[in-house]
Design a protein around this ligand. Structure first.
Ligand SMILES: [Zn+2]
Ligand SMILES: [Zn+2]
Length: 164
């Protein structure tokens, strides 16, 4: 059943990308590549124009995705890799819709969502942005966030990060 296999590879890649994005955000974007991520942590009025340097990360993640399509579609025996490419593309689209459109409202495509899950991930990412420096931020994931963000405000807003 190839359909089942390829669907599984795609879904597994989408899920795995949340982990990859978490690790890249925590160790690269708040590490060596902070110069590209820094403007995303600055208040909006400091920015000029629509794009941020942080948007370069979409191009960075397009590289493994493009490589997976090229190898998957051209090298015999590696067709499965095409679905890894599709999974990375789907995660990129989800990331754009949730992070850029829903959370940061770069486009007003959605009304305010009012589910407990959408509120939880919004709070978690808002808490990530409470820190404008390279160090000291928490909550680096987008779709998988700590359970405390789904609870009472007092469960998470008193943490050391928001006091500083
Ligand atoms: Zn960050
Ligand atoms: Zn953000």
């Amino acid at each position: 059943m190839d359909v089942l296999l390829y669907t599984s590879i795609t879904l597994f890649t989408v899920a795995g990308m949340e982990f990859v994005a978490w690790a890249a955000h925590k160790y690269l974007m708040h590490g060596l590549l902070w110069v590209w991520h820094e403007d995303h942590h600055r208040p909006h009025h400091d920015k000029e124009g629509f794009f941020e340097k942080n948007d370069l990360f979409f191009l960075v993640f397009a590289i493994p995705s493009a490589a997976a399509y090229i190898i998957g579609l051209n090298v015999s025996g590696w067709f499965w890799l095409t679905f890894v490419g599709i999974g990375i593309s789907i995660y990129g689209a989800i990331y754009f819709l949730i992070h850029d459109v829903y959370i940061h409202r770069r486009f007003s495509w959605f009304k305010q969502l009012d589910g407990s899950y959408s509120r939880g991930i919004l709070r978690a990412h808002g808490h990530h942005h409470a820190v404008t420096e390279k160090d000291g931020a928490e909550s680096f994931g987008l779709l998988v966030v700590a359970k405390k963000y789904f609870g009472k405000r007092s469960d998470w807003s008193n943490s050391p990060t928001t006091k500083t």
